[in-house]
Design a protein around this ligand. Structure first.
Ligand code: ADP
Ligand code: MG
Length: 246
């Protein structure tokens, strides 16, 4: 679904990341972990064509409009109701009004937001707002879902619950996902493969690990799988390696 080859990205002359290769097959769940400031968000910006790379190629097996994004800070419009926020993307695509209503009801019900349609984002909890943002993205039926530390602002219980629900949805619909996170356990328990970005500047992919835990997965059970602990340890070691002096 996505192949990134030899990607070098920078905001001036000095590359932030250099020579990144990364691949995601259709239906695969891939995570990208790395130190803060190593260039994870920059990679997503290139994939979504918000940023032109210094070098490298991005091949995407879907039109960019079929790529969905979920960011750390949700992009809900505070002056629009929950219903209007979820409808927004569909409206931009000129989906007929009756179909929009049906889709919005469907997604809000699925995400446990039935009854909240008329509320404004400021009248919701953090977890509820995140669900609205998820409804907004999934209603557009993305072929590739990009997530940039989407659950970082949620408390541990809500975070685990929402991640589990999203994981079930991804597995059922065979969605293709690229998750950027600094949470190693979240990355391992949800992914088929985890890429590790080294410290910047000039960050590179320093490892790719295949996660051999059977699906369907339950997040908390995945953590008890015999391969889980050693993999956390290994990622931790890789991420704690001192950056080379240049
Ligand atoms: N718009 C920008 N202009 C200049 N430098 C930027 C910009 N965005 C990010 N950077 C720099 O690029 C590096 C990588 O940033 P980013 O991709 O956001 O890292 P991460 O998401 O891994 O934390 C950082 O050093 C950051 O300061
Ligand atoms: Mg980032």
């Amino acid at each position: 679904m996505l192949r990134v080859s030899g990607l070098t990205v920078g905001y001036g002359e000095d590359p932030v990341i250099e020579g990144i290769d990364l691949e995601i097959a259709a239906g695969e769940f891939v995570s990208l972990v790395g130190p803060s400031g190593s260039g994870k968000t920059s990679i997503l910006r290139v994939v979504t064509e918000l940023l032109v790379p210094l070098a490298g190629v991005v091949e995407l097996d879907a039109p960019v409009r079929d790529v969905g994004f979920l960011f750390q800070d949700d992009a809900l419009l505070p002056w629009r109701t929950v219903r209007e926020n979820v409808a927004l993307g569909l409206r931009i695509r000129e989906v007929p009004a009756a179909a929009i209503d049906e889709q919005v009801e469907h997604w809000l019900a699925r995400l446990g937001l039935a009854g909240y349609e008329g509320r404004y984002p400021g009248q919701l909890s953090g977890g509820q707002r995140k669900r609205v943002a998820i409804a907004q993205v999934l209603a557009l039926k993305p072929r590739l879902l990009l997530m940039d530390e989407p659950f970082a602002s949620l408390d541990a219980i809500v975070r685990t619950r929402i991640t589990q629900e999203l994981l079930e949805w991804v597995e059922r619909e065979h969605l293709t996902v690229l998750l950027v996170t600094h949470d190693l356990e979240e990355a391992i328990s949800a992914s088929d493969a985890v890429y590790v970005l080294s410290h910047g500047p000039r960050a590179t992919i320093q490892a790719r690990h295949v996660v051999d835990i059977p699906r369907p997965r339950r997040l908390l059970e995945s953590r008890r799988h015999p391969t889980f602990g050693p993999l956390v340890q290994q990622l931790w070691t890789e991420l704690s390696t001192e950056p080379p002096r240049r």
